[in-house]
Ligand binder design. Structure first.
Ligand code: DC
Length: 489
């Protein structure tokens, strides 16, 4: 088919828009810029790009936004319904509604034949935002607003925190805006009911990046390429990168840079064990006294925050409200930390604190057992390594002029040995970890390499989501049960 038609069939843009893009020299086929809209291509076979980005990886996929009017059902076929939302879009293709909207509710629905996108938008794991406007008879009380925000209990389970604000007044009523990241059955109506209010009208105004805008009831429009891309990007929201490796392999520096680039939370788990060791030294607790150390670990009050002093620190570490950053890498702590962290009863109480780093959805976590014990299902596992000589050289530079390279090397090798041979959670190469050796590489080069690995992993994940989603419309997939994590501590 002609390239302009192919682009519109692929749901990238209208034919007119395609012709304009071709005229501007922004469309290429198999690496050559398209000179004329009469060029014929085979979607799915030819490699088509707009502004260098590939299109056509989903040949024949189409995407529409529809304003579902009140009273219309959102399922494809309903024996009792005279009309379903699918009938609003004239298409020779078999379209399916992405997610549901109650018969009594109205507003944005996405219709598509792309199961992968539907999976991303509807799967609770990806927490795609959905925004609603609810018309109430009166302004809700502050208490009701707070409860809606914090979460109310429905079916013995609290709803996730949501953003709730007051909108325009309409007559004696008022519109309330709610942004949810989950979609339980009739959730908005039931949440409002739980705090004593009833929605007179309920309009969905946004799904992820797709706005209802000025669509009128019963009208539809094609989604733009940017909107489809935005919906798929929700799949990249959850990302856990585990970086393990021996001391001074560059985990903290590289991990911090990576977290900045990925907009992720960063946690250096070594500081937890170091803070515990410092506390043990200060309290006179012996490094072999597992029982006493476990008690300290159970009540350990460590906080890591961005540095407040511009002295090159990567973060500030607080023990209670005391800033202990400068004490954590002292020779005393260095000498005892491996032994302290080798006790199983010391490690168990710190597991949850480490897993909380991933609460925000994106996290880079560094340590010794991150890919094996803490996040065995991490999206990317890196094992950062360098020769002992190189690592000792870096540590000695960190320490300053007085550090004896040979002493630093001996201490480091001892610590490596202890971390690798201990019985619980030893430093180990996870089966699916990628080894990155940092000898002779700059920090930036290492970060670039890991970024590349992360990007490749995201592409693969998207592909596997697409493959898994084949048939997602016809067979509703069972949601994965949140089971206990595997791996012992
Ligand atoms: O990464 P680091 O050098 O700050 O770690 C200090 C010690 O803490 C290390 O020798 C072993 C221990 N540790 C651990 O057992 N598990 C972790 N996840 C991180 C550190």
């Amino acid at each position: 088919m002609r390239i302009a038609k192919a682009l519109s069939t692929l749901g990238c843009c209208s034919r007119r828009e395609a012709e304009r893009l071709i005229g501007e020299g922004r469309v290429a086929v198999n690496g050559s810029t398209v000179a004329h809209p009469s060029l014929t291509v085979t979607p799915g076979v030819d490699d088509i790009t707009i502004n260098g980005s590939a299109v056509g990886s989903s040949p024949g996929r189409v995407y529409y936004a529809v304003y579902k009017p009140r009273g219309v059902v959102s399922t494809v076929r309903d024996r009792h319904a005279s009309q379903t939302v699918v009938s609003f879009v004239p298409s020779s293709l078999r379209l399916y509604p992405v997610g549901r909207l109650d018969k009594d509710s109205e507003g944005l629905m996405i219709l598509s034949n792309d199961g992968a996108m539907a999976n991303v938008v509807t799967h609770p794991r990806y927490e795609t935002e959905k925004e609603y406007l609810a018309l109430l008879d009166e302004i809700p009380s502050d208490d009701a607003m707070q409860r809606l925000r914090r979460g109310v209990v429905l079916d013995a389970q609290s709803t996730a925190p949501s953003s709730v604000s007051l909108g325009d007044q309409e007559g004696r009523g008022v519109w309330v805006r709610l942004v949810l990241r989950e979609g339980r059955k009739r959730e908005v109506r039931r949440m409002l009911g739980a705090v004593g209010y009833e929605a007179r009208r309920l309009v969905r105004t946004r799904i992820g990046p797709v706005q209802l805008g000025d669509l009128r009831p019963g009208n539809y429009r094609a989604l733009t390429l940017a909107e489809v891309d935005g919906l798929m990007q929700q799949a990249d929201r959850r990302l856990v990168v585990a970086i393990d490796g021996p001391s001074a392999a560059g985990k903290t520096t590289v991990g911090t840079q990576l977290a900045t680039r990925l907009h992720a939370t960063f946690l250096d788990t070594g500081v937890l064990y170091r803070a515990l060791t410092l506390l043990a030294i200060e309290r006179g607790v012996d490094e072999n006294d597992a029982e006493a150390l476990a008690q300290l670990a159970a009540t350990l009050d460590v906080h890591v925050r961005p540095p407040t002093v511009a002295d090159g620190r990567l973060s500030d570490v607080l023990l209670g409200d005391r800033d202990v950053t400068s004490l954590l890498r002292s020779p005393d702590v260095d000498a005892a930390v491996s032994r302290v962290s080798s006790h199983a009863v010391v490690r168990s109480p710190l597991v949850e604190a480490q897993r909380r780093a991933a609460d925000s959805g994106r996290a880079v976590v560094v340590g010794r057992d991150i890919g094996t014990v803490i996040f065995p299902d991490a999206d990317v596992k890196i094992y950062l390594d360098a020769s002992p000589a190189e690592r000792a050289r870096r540590r000695a530079i960190e320490r300053g002029n007085n550090a004896q390279l040979s002493e630093v090397l001996t201490a480091l090798e001892q610590r490596d040995q202890q971390d690798k041979t201990r019985e619980v959670a030893p430093l180990n190469l996870a089966r699916d970890a990628i080894v990155v050796r940092t000898d002779g590489l700059s920090i930036d080069q290492v970060t670039d390499r890991i970024m590349q690995i992360v990007e490749e992993a995201l592409v693969l994940r998207r592909r596997s989501t697409e493959q898994r989603a084949t048939g997602a419309f016809t067979q509703r997939r069972r949601e994965p049960q949140a089971g206990p994590r595997t791996g012992s501590v």
